[in-house]
Design a protein around this ligand. Structure first.
Ligand code: P6P
Length: 338
């Protein structure tokens, strides 16, 4: 008798939460779980295979693709194509949308291997996914993808770390599953995840400090001031892998900020397949996600690879950072003289 509830059992059990569900979303979530196990197998032995390093190509972002980026992208698209429940995939690794089955009801937006530049140094990386219902009756296309984050029906991530976990929400809370390699199943290990309302960890790439908006600079200084009553100075933790930084903050409490910078005047992280899905998960766990003022899930989505500044994490910490942004009266990159 299994001690744990597997992802498959949990998905079927929760299907009852959706009276009109016929199982398509359940099968779609299971397809994602299958691809995650395949990718996990390669990530875990990347050091032993000729699958490390650069693929010699660049993605739409102009970023050099790692071999594992390409591999992970192929695995998720193959699993979604084979499962038949997805009409379009929008991937960080593909310039355009990838049409799959026009009869299917769901859209999947995915960052197949986020933080992959960390692979070569054995740092945790992740997959981020976002699921919408299609809006078109037929001939699904880009308009089915460019939906506000608030329209997501499910979202989650896989973190390939000291253990491999799949964390997801369908709008009724957040649940975490840890992969048990001995049985090849994701098992429920973190039921009903709740983000601490506040915390003492701030995650930001301080190497960009000179480029930060004044409000962010002031918030960072606030984090560094000695104040016992509020547990400051906070701890700075920045892995450079969004999934890993946000997963740690989800468990322990904290704030992650990727604001506008000189090299990223609209922010670096992508709205469709990074900010929106992570915002859905974090909000469902009781946290908060904005661009410094406006709720991420309410932002208009106009382009497939659109970027946004992101302030995401424990509710009280994000609100404090927003207060500094508002007091500085700025939400965009401020001019500065070096
Ligand atoms: P920087 C990884 O490349 C990524 O997209 C996120 O996972 C991560 O949070 C961020 O970029 C790191 O960016 O500029 O600090 O190296």
């Amino acid at each position: 008798m299994l001690k744990f509830k597997t992802l498959g059992q949990f998905i079927i059990e929760k299907q009852a939460d959706f009276p009109f569900a016929k199982g398509e979303l359940s099968r779609l979530l299971r397809d994602i779980g299958i691809a995650a196990k395949i990718v996990n197998r390669e990530v875990n032995k990347a050091g032993l295979m000729d699958i490390l390093g650069q693929a010699g190509s660049t993605n739409i972002q102009g970023e050099s693709q790692q071999k594992l980026d390409v591999y992970a992208n192929e695995q998720f698209i193959a699993a979604l194509r084979c499962g038949g429940e997805c009409c379009i995939v929008a991937s960080e690794e593909n310039e355009d949308i990838v049409p799959l089955s026009d009869q299917a009801k769901y859209i999947v937006a995915i960052d197949p291997l986020d933080g992959s530049s960390n692979i070569d140094v054995n740092v945790a990386v992740g997959t981020i996914f976002s699921i919408y219902r299609r809006v078109s009756a037929s001939d699904c296309g880009l308009s089915d993808v460019l939906q506000k984050g608030s329209e997501q029906v499910a979202a989650g991530y896989v973190i390939y770390g000291s253990s491999t976990m799949l964390v997801y929400t369908t709008g009724k809370g957040v649940n975490g599953f840890t992969l048990d390699p001995s049985i090849g199943e994701f098992c429920l290990s973190h039921p009903n995840l709740q983000m601490p309302r506040t915390g003492t960890i701030y995650s930001v790439n301080e190497g960009n400090y000179v480029h930060f908006p004044t409000g962010v600079k002031q918030y960072i200084k606030y984090c560094q001031v000695e104040d016992q009553a509020t547990g400051r100075p906070y701890t700075s933790r920045y892995i450079g892998s969004m999934v890993a930084d946000l997963h740690r903050n989800l468990i322990k409490g904290g704030i992650f900020i990727y604001p506008v910078t000189a090299s990223a005047p609209n922010g670096k992280l992508r709205l469709v397949y990074e900010c929106n899905p992570m915002a859905f998960v974090i909000e469902q766990a009781g946290g908060r996600a904005t661009n410094g003022s406006d709720r991420i899930l309410d932002l208009e989505v106009t382009e497939l690879h659109q970027r946004s500044p992101v302030f995401i994490g424990s509710d009280a910490m994000v609100r404090r950072a927003e207060a500094f942004m508002a007091a500085a009266g700025e939400l965009t990159f401020n001019d500065y003289s070096l």
